[in-house]
Design a protein around this ligand. Structure first.
Ligand code: SAJ
Length: 444
């Protein structure tokens, strides 16, 4: 029931959001939270970033960025203008009017969703939450999380009444790390509330900073929208990986097939095969959906099949390396293999779920002598095996019995690599036409 006071609460909050006097708190200052904080701060809001990692808090308060997509110049300017600050103390929520939760939603070792970050953020929020607040969850999760987990934690024992003096919504992040053309500001933002008033308040908030907000009817629709987006990518990548395996059996060049199919101006979207599926989103988010459906006695067959194919790609790459070495009468065991590129995709410095780690692990298991090079990843720890990127790339290339291109960073001189390597397995078609039909190049 909307009473005179609750109408005031909602209207007062909307007014503060519209005149940007509302104070913003962002929980989790990672690759989603920091860009979002800067976007709100740039439009005049006073933003406080809350993160348990003191190193991040201190860096931000020194005016330094640790996220490639956010410049230190921008952070310094916003911190100096007192529009952005950071703290590890969740009590700062007490002063906030609007809170965005941007914490990780990884998988446990068992493959089940790990909601511990969302739950601990909710527990902290429940301590300091007050009437007249709007909370938006951005972390990718299964449909129902906001209503079934977050809502009870934020309304039980707090006396808050959802949609009347407290507003809760879900808005999926759509950050594509490293992308310059589509950013937090200009990427349309889907947002769905627990109640229509929740949608109205949260859409008003985000609409003050983002170019386009797309309100939907519920938090479940917003949660499912994100899962459709990422499941779409995972399944199509899995399909094209299986295409690569089938073309190999048929003796057909899958890269030429994909290029040709890509000339279709409608009804086709190009994906390319690779050594596996990396990143903290695409390989993981769809498994939140299949996990939820299993609890409802339904098997999400497309997701499970795509996941099986994608996770099998590193082993398929190893078989290609063995075949390539075999052409040089060499066994994989004892051969020197150089892995080129470790990040999960080109031109970024992120190792999370990178297939390079699986390929390196499998090469070690097979007894190969493994080195790696990645201009963005100076060191890596592969299940306890500490490795350092080789200091002299072309010396390592010349010394390698086989070079495996796993991540096609644009900074590599592929012509020189082709010239100086003895043998190359190219899992990304990085060598392009020069690599096609070249006697020392094997491709997926
Ligand atoms: N990959 C392929 N073949 C392809 C495309 C990608 O093997 O045709 C691999 C990549 O090498 C990488 C993985 O899949 O290992 C994921 O790649 P991605 O391009 O989906 O990149 P992410 O995970 O960094 O970012 C994605 C966003 N990417 C794009 O939309 C292009 C988007 O799906 C989400 O906004 C974001 O995840 C997220 O945060 O969910």
């Amino acid at each position: 029931m909307v009473t005179h006071t609750t109408l005031d609460v909602k209207e007062q909050l909307i007014t503060k959001l519209e005149n940007r006097t509302a104070r913003i708190a962002i929980l989790g200052m990672g690759y989603v939270g920091l860009p979002l904080a800067t976007v709100f701060a740039e439009t005049g809001f006073e933003v406080i970033g809350i993160d348990p990692h003191l190193a991040k808090v201190e860096a931000l308060n020194r005016g330094e960025s640790y996220i490639k997509d956010v410049s230190t110049e921008q952070v310094k300017r916003l911190v100096d203008a007192k529009k952005l600050s950071a703290t590890a103390d969740f009590a700062a929520i007490r002063q906030a009017d609007a809170v965005s939760i941007c914490v990780p939603t990884p998988l446990r070792k068992t493959g089940d969703p790990d909601l511990s970050f969302i739950l601990s953020a909710a527990d902290e929020l429940a301590k300091y939450i007050h009437p007249g607040m709007v909370v938006v969850l951005e972390s990718t999760t299964y449909p129902g999380t906001t209503r079934e987990l977050l809502l009870p934690k934020l309304t039980e024992n707090t006396g808050l009444e959802i949609g009347e003096n407290f507003f809760l919504a879900f808005s999926p992040e759509r950050v594509d790390p490293g992308r310059q053309d589509w950013t937090t500001i200009n990427t349309p933002k889907v947002i769905g509330g627990i109640t229509p008033a929740c949608t109205e308040v949260s859409a008003t908030w985000y609409g003050q900073a983002l170019e386009r907000v797309v309100p939907v009817s519920s938090t479940e629709v917003a949660e499912m929208t994100k899962l459709l987006e990422n499941t779409f990518r995972m399944i199509n990548i899995g399909m094209v990986n299986e295409m690569a395996i089938m073309c190999d059996r048929l003796g057909i060049d899958v890269w030429e097939v994909i290029e040709a199919a890509g000339t279709k101006p409608f009804g086709f979207m190009k994906f390319t095969p690779g050594p596996g599926l990396g990143g903290h989103c695409i390989p993981i988010d769809p498994l939140y959906l299949s996990w939820k459906l299993r609890s409802l006695n339904y098997t999400a067959r497309f997701i499970e099949l795509a996941s099986e194919i994608n996770t099998g790609m590193p082993r398929y790459v190893i078989s290609k390396v063995q075949d390539a070495l075999n052409e040089h009468q060499k066994a994989l065991k004892g051969s020197q293999v150089l892995v080129l590129g470790a990040a999960y995709k080109p031109d970024i410095d992120d190792l999370r779920e990178s297939p390079a780690l699986d390929v390196i692990g499998l090469l070690h298991q097979k007894g190969a002598r493994v080195t790696y090079h990645d201009p963005y990843i100076p060191h890596l720890d592969d299940d306890g095996v500490e490795m350092t990127s080789v200091p002299d790339l072309f010396q390592a290339i010349r010394q390698a019995d086989c070079v495996v291109i796993i991540t096609n960073h644009s900074s590599y001189d592929y012509a020189a690599i082709l010239e100086q390597a003895q043998l190359i397995v190219d899992t990304r078609n990085a060598l392009g036409v020069e690599g096609k039909n070249h006697s020392k190049v094997f491709r997926l």
